[in-house]
Design a protein around this ligand. Sequence first.
Ligand code: 13P
Ligand code: SF4
Length: 346
Amino acid sequence: MSTPSQVIERIRKEMGSRLAIVGHHYQADEIIQHADITGDSLELSRKVAELEAEYIVFCGVYFMAESAAILRRENQKVFLPDTTATCAMAEMATADNVDKTLEMLSAGGRRIIPLTYVNSTAAVKTVVGRWGGTVCTSANAQTMMRWAMDQGDAILFLPDRHLGWNTGDVLGIPESERFILDRGLIDGDPKLFVDAQAASKAKLILWPGFCPIHEEFVLREVERIRKEEPEAKIIVHPECPPEVTSAADANGSTSFIIKYVEEAAPGTKIYVATETNLVHRLAKRYRNVKVIEPLQISYCEDMGKITEANLAALLEHIEEAEPVDVTEEVREHSKVALETMLNVCA
Ligand code: 13P
Ligand code: SF4
């Protein structure tokens, strides 16, 4: 009897260039070893938009497969081995709440440009596209925030308040010009939770969402390492809380983190604050050369839902499997929002 790993490799060989397996950096090694393409969210959206393969199997979470489905060509189908693999942060902003919030914030006559992190549903990207906004990833948040600033009077950045705040820090947007919307907005009625009057002076209005995996990282740990191992470097993902991000030596997307570790001098010790699968992969890749350790252990359970077993099962029945797709109505505006980002950052 073949193992799931053997099944995956046999089908990859049989299907050849008709199949592309795409893996985000947070996937476990057992999945990454089968991927044709790996990358951070920006790299993957760029590469997926150029793929010729008929069958695109996304090893990541739902919003990533949905973005691929928005950008896919007519003859392509996109699959996710476990469609319950969602993103807790993406679910913190619903299309209806975003739309109502934009209406309330714009009521005074200001032109509010929504800028959504790619970690959001296709329905949210559609609303953002309809309001003349666009998308960003953690790799291009600064460029896209500058772009959005030039389009209107203020930005509604969503759903990740930490990425929005940390990017505001880099761009030098004064704190007095930033405003974080009430947390109740995440699952409540926008009318009760949007203080449009208070937000009316802000240039950067932040949705109150966050990534529960990166929310785990605390300043206390950074301070402990600074005291005990002053030589060690600390690098973090910008989804981490601002007090952690600003105390670190550097912050950036998963690709930035990989590059930072790659370029560090032999013998360097680096603590990394991001999803643990990636940190362990880096630790393994550079063992005996550099010391790479997680700042704290924090796994994304949804990313972990993709296994060799469900990848093999999908590939065995790919002809009958249900692809991830979006309606034409959703595609129309969400595609414009995504393509604006790809064009601005070409
Ligand atoms: P990047 O791939 O942009 O670094 O994003 C990290 C992430 O949380 C993906 O879910
Ligand atoms: Fe979402 Fe955070 Fe998991 Fe990325 S790591 S998929 S942002 S919950």
